[in-house]
Design a protein around this ligand. Structure first.
Ligand code: XUL
Ligand code: CO
Length: 439
């Protein structure tokens, strides 16, 4: 069998002391952290679009990598991509993958041909999955690339585009179900607007909800039992994306009665584009019981777009895993590396270096988050900070017994509020540094 990545060996754990960059220094898949194996905590997934398709193009330049894997015709290329993807995942020890319909098979001259292409490739993927034990984390439909979606898909002003998107999503759900995927993602690729001057926002959002309702009803009718996710993003490609951030998405889901059917897929770079930290978005999801899955990457704080870099920032991976652990861990979700090597990191070995960097950063993040929790001082501080709600007037507020009248009487008796205590932010930041880098 042809080897597509001869420069990448099977990557093994060699421990923190190793100087071999083609080995894991922290990700030790069977190591137990808080009673569970690292691989079960982290559930790493490969993103097909970045790793197997993207060739390093940006708006100023063409590709710097060739991902045709020796194929000549489009179908031959996409068949080779399947073999390449599974070779890579096996070498990296990645147990899951994620794809859009158009990542895995080329579009045909019409929808019927596109569906046939998809079926042919899905046969190959299914065979590889059986052979390797690698699983599908989630599937989705690319309803943003083709010019037919220039005005959006579910939020298009053109009902034909809406219908086409529905047909594409129907097929993508069928494929996800066939491959045993445990998630189906809605990322609103062009679901937003460029100007309010030409936009009926109200109809567009009603229609988006209609599309999502149909997806859930159809999915359940064919026996798909996995999660449905929305992936918030505030902008790019449109000026304003409707799924702006976790809170906006929650309001949308609740307005349309979809909040029992959807969870959130939180992406780090999307969080920072919305002016939030990654941890903030995860916290909103956790607090509202809709934490589902994660697109693991990082942005560049000096750039205003989605750079989709591999995650290497240890504070971010630690606080991410802190939220994940507090949320009870992944059920159907996982950590999908929605990330790509930089355009100038064009070698196939750079793919290995990138995944190793991301996986090690999350392995360290997991261990450090577990230490923060086991250490207990953060939790104890937060609990103590709110202890005024455990007795007296605070307990009355929390239990719902307090009224404006009773609170006024209490406040009149106070004279002044003299019971505030320091928030001790700097002390807590030093505590985190100690746990991260202290020994
Ligand atoms: C785009 C993005 C997508 C989704 C899947 O910013 O994150 O790749 O993850 O459609
Ligand atoms: Co994403």
């Amino acid at each position: 069998m042809k080897e597509f990545f001869p420069e990448i060996p099977a990557i093994r754990y060699e421990g923190p002391g190793s100087k071999n960059s083609l080995s894991f220094h922290h990700y030790n898949k069977d190591e137990v952290v808080l009673g569970k194996k690292m691989s079960e905590h982290l559930k790493f997934a490969l993103s097909y679009w970045h790793t197997i398709d993207a060739e390093g193009t940006d708006i100023f330049g063409s590709g710097t990598m060739d991902k045709s894997f020796g194929g000549a015709s489009p179908m031959e290329i996409y068949k080779n991509k399947v073999a390449a993807a599974f070779e890579l995942m096996q070498k990296l020890g990645i147990e899951y993958f994620c794809f859009h319909d158009r990542d895995i098979a080329p579009e045909g001259k019409d929808l019927a041909e596109s569906n046939r292409n998809l079926d042919e490739i899905v046969d190959l993927i299914e065979t590889q999955m059986k052979k390797t034990g690698i699983k599908l984390l989630w599937g989705t439909a690319n309803c943003f690339n083709n010019p037919r979606y220039m005005h959006g898909a579910g939020t298009s002003c053109n009902a034909d585009a809406f219908a086409y998107a529905a047909a594409q999503i129907k097929k993508a759900i069928e494929v996800t179900k066939r491959l045993g995927g445990t998630g189906y993602v809605f990322w609103g690729g062009r679901e937003g607007y460029e100007t309010l001057l030409n936009t009926n926002t109200s109809l567009e959002l009603d229609n988006m909800a209609r599309l999502m309702r149909m997806a859930v009803e159809y999915g359940r009718s064919i026996g798909y039992t996995g999660d449905f996710y929305i992936e918030p993003k505030p902008k790019e490609p449109t000026k304003h994306q409707y799924d702006f951030d976790a809170s906006t998405v929650l309001a949308f889901l609740r307005k349309y009665g979809l909040d029992q059917d959807f969870k959130l897929n939180i992406e780090a770079n999307h969080a920072t584009l919305a002016g939030h930290t990654f941890q903030h978005e995860l916290r909103v999801a956790r607090d509202n019981g809709v934490f589902g899955s994660i697109d693991a990457n990082q942005g560049d704080m000096l750039l205003g777009w989605d750079t989709d870099q591999f995650p290497t920032n240890l504070y971010d991976t630690t606080f991410c895993m802190y939220e994940v652990l507090k949320a009870g861990g992944f059920v159907n979700g996982g950590l999908n590396f929605d990330a790509k090597a930089r355009r100038a990191s064009f070698g196939f070995d750079d793919i290995a270096y990138s995944y190793i960097a991301g996986m090690d950063a999350f392995a360290l993040g997991l261990k450090k988050a577990a230490q923060l929790i086991e250490d207990g001082r953060l939790d104890a501080f937060v609990q103590e900070r709110y202890s005024s709600y455990e007795s007296g007037i605070g307990a009355e507020i929390v239990s719902g017994k307090a009224t404006f009248e009773s609170l006024e009487a209490y406040a009149l008796g106070l004279g002044e509020v003299r019971s505030n205590r320091s928030g001790r932010q700097e002390m807590l930041e030093a505590l985190v540094n100690d746990i991260l880098f202290g020994k």
